[in-house]
Design a protein around this ligand. Structure first.
Ligand code: SF4
Length: 159
């Protein structure tokens, strides 16, 4: 029997209203692609796992710590959310992850620079870093072509 492909995905990308603003980052093309390959979705929101409220004050990473815009150090909460996310990934034996780019939790290649001025720099969010250290492959919602190539290779390996 063919093994099913499982992906860990930032819940906001699927339309769940878990963003700091109370909204979402629904990405219909991504969901269509996952449906085309019959991928099982495992939703996560590290900031929800850390029991941060919705809506919440936005946060950014500065010198390896996480601060909310009102100046609170919330690094511990972010590490807590990352650890819980890792446990979900392991428990579900996911094949890879798709995480929201630029988030201080989920950003995989770019994040905001910590000045709350909209400036983006190269870097990884706390959860993306934790999953990477545990050798979980990560894409962002901005890599649809790469995701499709990867799905094709997984599909042929699993059939
Ligand atoms: Fe989306 Fe990740 Fe932010 Fe949760 S922590 S709202 S999943 S980007």
């Amino acid at each position: 029997m063919k093994k099913e492909i499982k992906v860990l995905i930032s819940a906001c990308l699927t339309g769940d209203n878990v963003k700091y603003s109370g909204g979402n980052n629904l990405t219909p093309k991504l969901l269509e692609l996952l449906k085309k390959y019959d991928v099982k979705i495992v939703k996560i929101c590290p900031e929800c796992f850390a029991k941060l409220p919705i809506p919440r004050v936005p946060s950014e990473i500065r010198e390896d710590k996480v601060y909310s815009k009102d100046g609170k150090d919330i690094t511990e909460e972010f590490f807590n959310g990352a650890e819980k996310t890792l446990q979900v990934a392991i428990k579900n034996n996911v094949d890879f992850a798709i995480l929201k780019e630029r988030s201080p939790s989920c950003g995989n290649t770019h994040i905001y620079d910590g000045s709350f001025s909209g400036k983006v720099i190269e870097g990884q969010g706390v959860t993306a870093k934790t999953l990477s250290k545990n050798e979980i492959k990560i894409f962002s919602e901005e890599n649809l072509n790469e995701i499709e190539e990867y799905l094709k290779s997984l599909d042929s390996r699993m059939s």
